[in-house]
Every structure is written in C-alpha cells, then in structure tokens.
Design a binder for this molecule. Structure first.
Ligand SMILES: *[C@@H]1O[C@H](CO)[C@@H](O)[C@H](O)[C@H]1NC(C)=O
Ligand SMILES: *[C@@H]1O[C@H](CO)[C@@H](O)[C@H](O)[C@H]1NC(C)=O
Ligand SMILES: *[C@@H]1O[C@H](CO)[C@@H](O)[C@H](O)[C@H]1NC(C)=O
Length: 460
C-alpha cells in the first residue's frame, strides 16, 4: 500500500498524516508499478485538509492511545471465541500449529512438508491430500499450499504502529498507535485467523539496525502478538520499511541478519508467529539486493532458534503480484532458501488502475483474478507457495465482484496460495477510509465483512 491521496479520507492527525505523505513523495518513483502524478498535489492539499480532519477522529483516538493494548484484554483473550481456547503459544507443538490455526477447520488439510522434518508434514485429516500437494523443487523449497479449494489463512493487516514514518522514533498516541485487541477479537469472531502487524525497524531498533531492541515498543508489540496467538491465530510481524532504514535503502545483509536475529530471539518459542522480512521493497539499487536481504532475514531468524515459524518474503516493485514476472522478482527471488522450508512469497494486489490501493475504484469486475494469473503460474512452475499479503477494494459493486473473483481464484489455486490478508484494520483510519476494516464502522468493514467471512478457513 502506497501512502498518498487515500490519507485525505483517513482522518489522521497532522503528525501521523505528514509522515506517510513525505514517505510517498520520496518513495513513489517506481516505473514498473507507477503511481499517479498527483503526489505533489496530494501533499499540498493534505496540509490544507488535515486541520479540519483532525478534530473528528484522530483526536479521539489519541485521547485513549493505550486502551488497545491493555493487560486486561490480554488476560482474557478467548472470552468470545470458542476456537481460541485451543492454543497457548508455548504449548502448541510445531505440527499442531501448522495443522490447525483454526482447530475445527477445513484448513487443516493444508500440509507442509519438510525434507528435514517430515513429521511436521502430516496434517491430521488428509494424508492423501498432503501427498498429492507436497512438492519439491530444485531450490529445495518444499512448502506446499493446501489442496485446491481451501483457504488456510484469511486475515487483515492491523495498522497503527507504523504510522508517522518520518517522525522517529515518534510518540505513542501522537505519531503512532497499537492495534485494538477488542477489534481484533471481532475479526477473529468473523473467522479471520491471521493478523499482520506492521511496525517500524527504527522504533524497535532505534539506535542502529544492529542495536538493542527498544523495550517499550517490543513489549507493546508482544502484547498484540500474544493476544493474537493465544487466540489460536497467526501473528505476522511485518517490518513496514520498504527496504529502508532511516530513509536510506539497506545494503548490509549482515546488519539485516543481525537485526532479524535480535527480533526472532524474542519470539522463537511462539510457533504462531510469522516473520515478514520487509514490506514492499521498491526502487532498490539492484534486484539482487532484495533477494539477498530476504536471505539474510531467513538466516538470522533460523540462527536465533526460531525454526518452526513461517517466513514471508516480499519482492521489489511493492511486491506486486501483477508485476511479479516483469519487475525482476521472478528472476531473483526464486533462489531464496530456508533450511526449514517454510518460506512463503508475499505478494500484494490492489485493483485500482495503478495497482497502488490508493483508490476505491476498481478497473473491472474481473481484474482481481486477472492480476494474479501470471504470478500464480510462476509460483506453480517454481514450486513456491504464496500469500496475498495485501488487497482491498472500494465499497462498490465492481470492486466487490472483483474481490470476490480474486478470493475465489486464491481458493481455487490453493495448491500455491495459502490465503489472503485485507489492508487494513487499525484504530486510526477513521470511518471514511474506503478500505478500513476496523470494526464496526470502517467503510471496508461495513461493505466487506460478509464477503470476507465466506472465505474464512472456518467457513463451511
Ligand atoms: C489446482 O488447480 C490448478 C488450476 O486450477 C491446477 O493447475 C493444479 O494442478 C491444481 N492442483 C492440484 C493439487 O490439484
Ligand atoms: C477498540 O475497539 C472497540 C470495539 O471495536 C471499541 O469499542 C473501542 O472504543 C476501541 N478502542 C479504541 C482505543 O479505539
Ligand atoms: C537462480 O540463480 C541463477 C543464477 O544466478 C539464475 O540464473 C536463476 O534464474 C535463478 N532462479 C530463480 C528461480 O530465481
């Protein structure tokens, strides 16, 4: 998701608002995945409009910044979810975690095979299906998606802690916030079982990439992560950095490896954590560095003893599915290796004309499936597994049909697609941001909650 004009509708505070727009102007120069030429206009208009927007939503959110991460909420994670009782992160075995992010679900047929640990592979309900869909490749990656017709993960990004990207480290409650666990529970009750939590590298590791982690930011992150995983869902820790640290494109793979080693050490015993190396690389000096940084991420995580978790790797050009085979990703991302064979290729796909997700207008009612087609072929031909890490559409018939078609396509091709995550929930979007999945008044939530629920892994 690119930051630009959509923020006008988001009702953000001035500081939170200014930051992503600044990011937009410096980051959005990608040729393969173009952004409309309106960035500069958006910036100037933004300044004018933000003042009138602030009082209505942002101020209220700022006034109660820590309500979303209260200890009380964590203490009672499963009050309204029967499935939740099943999982406590410290006691779930690898096999159980893999087989049942939602205990009673058809998603359990999804199998993961590993050359080094075949025992992990057996999903309880369908060894035949597992055998049919397991695969191996020349690069040694043998993760397999589900049998055709199953959705293993359905969820949403829980946005907030990455807000205010140019105000570093920024102030909690003013520049950024944490997801609301009560709202997360509402989405769990809807059938969602994966929550991606965007954070900033500069906040969790403020002194340098390789420095000590910030104890407060880390503790707040753990509050959200533990809430999600205690409920039996998966929590994706997403470094929402676009391949940059303090605005400079990362180039040291060893530093990045140390960074991820530090972070993964904190979550090594939680099998329902997923590590998302970096969000939406773009305009990097080379495409090889993107693959190399992802490899360093994997190596750092595994060296930390975090060996059971999935790792999401994203490509360049904002990791767009529609440009996967033309952006360089198909040439450079395929050789990534993981001793645990649990790498998932995270691609993003929006349905507006430039694929940026900044507009709630979709190109056509069939654009969703169309934009996934080439990447799906690449995944299958290369024995890779993907996840649709961001998608959205506006509250209109064309988009709703296109989103439905895209999710049908993901489900039908679940031998290579593990699932899909909407962008985005989070307490600071306000009600009028077209894709706000924040319960219960977000425009996206109102328009799409019933549509998405049909694709929940627990849905009949
Ligand atoms: C899943 O469906 C796709 C296309 O519909 C097909 O090419 C593929 O072989 C199927 N996979 C399995 C395991 O049946
Ligand atoms: C969290 O979500 C709940 C339910 O959706 C809502 O009542 C509450 O006001 C939210 N808290 C904050 C701080 O936004
Ligand atoms: C793997 O690397 C080789 C050599 O650099 C390259 O030719 C090939 O295209 C890569 N394969 C994939 C799937 O990325």
């Amino acid at each position: 998701m690119r930051f630009s004009t959509y923020l006008l509708a988001a009702g953000l505070s001035a500081t939170a608002f200014a930051a992503p727009v600044a990011v937009d102007t410096s980051y959005d120069e990608c040729e393969a995945d173009p952004v409309p030429s309106s960035s500069a206009v958006a910036v100037s208009t933004a300044a004018a409009l933000s003042t009138s927007i602030v009082p209505t939503t942002a101020a209220a959110a700022v006034a109660t910044p820590s309500a979303s991460s209260s200890a009380a909420a964590v203490a009672a994670p499963s009050t309204s979810s029967s499935a939740a009782a099943a999982a406590s992160p410290s006691v779930v075995s690898s096999a159980a975690a893999v087989a049942s992010p939602s205990t009673s679900s058809s998603a359990a047929v999804v199998a993961v095979t590993s050359s080094s640990a075949a025992a992990v592979a057996t999903s309880a309900t369908s060894s035949a299906a597992a055998a049919a869909t397991s695969s191996s490749s020349s690069s040694g990656v043998t993760v397999s998606g589900g049998t055709n017709g199953t959705m293993y993960w359905l969820g949403v990004s829980e946005s907030g802690a990455e807000f205010g990207q140019t105000v570093l480290p920024g102030t909690l409650g003013t520049d950024y916030t944490w997801p609301n666990t009560t709202a997360i529970q509402t989405l769990i009750d809807l059938g969602m079982n994966v929550f991606r939590i965007p954070i900033l590298m500069e906040r969790i590791s403020p002194t340098s990439i390789t420095g000590a982690l910030d104890t407060t930011y880390l503790a707040d992150l753990k509050t959200v992560v533990n809430y999600v995983t205690a409920a039996g869902s998966s929590a994706v820790i997403d470094m929402h950095n676009y391949g940059r640290y303090n605005g400079v494109t990362m180039s040291s793979t060893s530093d990045f490896q140390t960074f991820w080693n530090n972070v993964a050490t904190e979550f090594a015993t939680n099998d329902l954590v997923i590590f998302d190396c970096n969000n939406e690389y773009h305009d990097m000096p080379t495409n090889t560095i993107v693959a190399e940084l992802n490899q360093a991420c994997i190596d750092g995580i595994r060296a930390a003893g975090a060996t059971s978790q999935y790792i999401f790797v994203e490509g360049t050009s904002y990791t767009g599915a529609w440009t996967w085979t033309t952006s360089g990703n198909s040439e450079y991302m395929g050789n990534i290796t993981d001793p645990e064979n649990k790498v998932i290729y995270e691609m993003h796909q929006y349905l507006d004309s430039d694929g940026s997700g900044t507009s709630g207008t979709c190109v056509s009612s069939t654009i969703g499936a169309e934009r996934l087609a080439a990447a799906t072929t690449w995944l299958r031909e290369n024995n890779k597994i993907g996840v649709l890490g961001e998608f959205a559409g506006g509250a209109n018939t064309v988009c709703e049909t296109a989103v439905t078609g895209m999710l049908d396509f993901v489900k039908a091709n679940s031998d290579v697609w593990m699932g899909a995550l909407w962008w985005a929930a989070g307490p600071w979007w306000g009600t009028s941001y077209f894709s706000s999945m924040e319960p219960s008044t977000g425009e996206g939530f109102v328009a799409y909650k019933d549509i998405l629920a049909k694709y929940a892994p627990t849905a009949a």
